[in-house]
Ligand binder design. Sequence first.
Ligand SMILES: NC(=O)c1ccc[n+]([C@@H]2O[C@H](COP(=O)([O-])OP(=O)(O)OC[C@H]3O[C@@H](n4cnc5c(N)ncnc54)[C@H](O)[C@@H]3O)[C@@H](O)[C@H]2O)c1
Length: 375
Amino acid sequence: MQTIRVETPSAKYDVFAGSGLLAELAPRIERVVRRSILAGRGQRVFVVTSPEIWALWGKKFLRSFQEAKIDAPVTLFLPPGEQHKTVKSVERLLREMVRAGGDRGSLLIAFGGGIVGDVGGFVAATFMRGINYVQVPTTFLAQVDSSVGGKVGVNLPEGKNLVGNFHQPRAVFADIGVLGTLPDRELRAGLMESVKAGFIRDRALVRFMEEHAEEILARDPKSLERVIASSIRMKADVVRKDERESGLRMILNLGHTVGHALEQATRYKAMLHGEAVAWGMVASLAVARRRGTITGGQMERMEKLIYRYGPLPKLKVTAARVIAVTGRDKKNVGGVRRFVLPVGIGDAGVVEDVTAAELEAAVKYMLVRARTAGR
Ligand SMILES: NC(=O)c1ccc[n+]([C@@H]2O[C@H](COP(=O)([O-])OP(=O)(O)OC[C@H]3O[C@@H](n4cnc5c(N)ncnc54)[C@H](O)[C@@H]3O)[C@@H](O)[C@H]2O)c1
């Protein structure tokens, strides 16, 4: 097991990543929050999860409470799917917590993928003006990315993640064992976040992912632990320096400018987030190559790694549509086209002056690659 410390101006906490964490969850949570989580002693504990995840892992989750002789938490369900990441779901969960006797001393456990983590975290951020919570992420993406860093929130009909807060968890427990039931496509899409982590901050991770793709994709626990821990370490390092995304944290958005546009242009139905980010990274590589921040050889190597963790979905959109949607991204403050560009392999920078011609060339390159490579 690996322990990664996250330190931000607002909180300090550990992320634990390894096999078998779920079996020891209850005593570990108790140790972290440094008080009894026995409901009988005044603290209500809630677990927000989805019915699917609970059916797969609920028994194991509860066993650690039974073995530690700790009362089972109150279970609150969030149906799966981005369509439930809403203010309405948050209101329902908050009201269920009030009715179940929750108070300012309550603890919330978010047990699921990124959606459960974002919604559960936002509920924790707003219930009684904020209560303690821990993240127990169950998808690869949630383990390496969304459970760490304290960004929580929900969508509006007008767009994704438009309502939210920064609320850091008290701890994150990433059990690699739970990834055993994750669909292959979800795993591959999540691995794109680790590819991204390597590109922007960690050359050694890039090499490891190149050399051990077979073991990683076969879910070898040691290889997964190595990739997950390095990805979390990278995110922790960035978040420590810039909790609220006023500068450095923006580099985590490599691939997001065009990635978000692809998700939006296809109404979030055609591809998973990681897959959209993967295509977005290909577009960023094209801009970087034109500007000379990466060499032709580096570009080839980076693209090869992206496709190694594919297959990526076909892109049934036109360049014009992607470009139009890119201009509406909330991260493009004041109409500026903000791009994260790789600088060599293992470094990246943010630029705000990407021209319309550069964007068009990059999107066209990406669409050509979507027809000829990546599948
Ligand atoms: N807060 C952040 O910093 C941050 C960062 C990146 C992404 N996100 C958000 O994360 C969300 C996506 O998260 P996600 O990719 O984890 O998707 P998700 O939460 O929808 O989970 C994907 C699917 O896998 C299922 N699942 C989860 N764990 C499983 C397991 N162990 N076995 C079998 N099935 C399992 C889920 O029920 C769901 O159907 C998006 O809403 C995105 O905006 C947030």
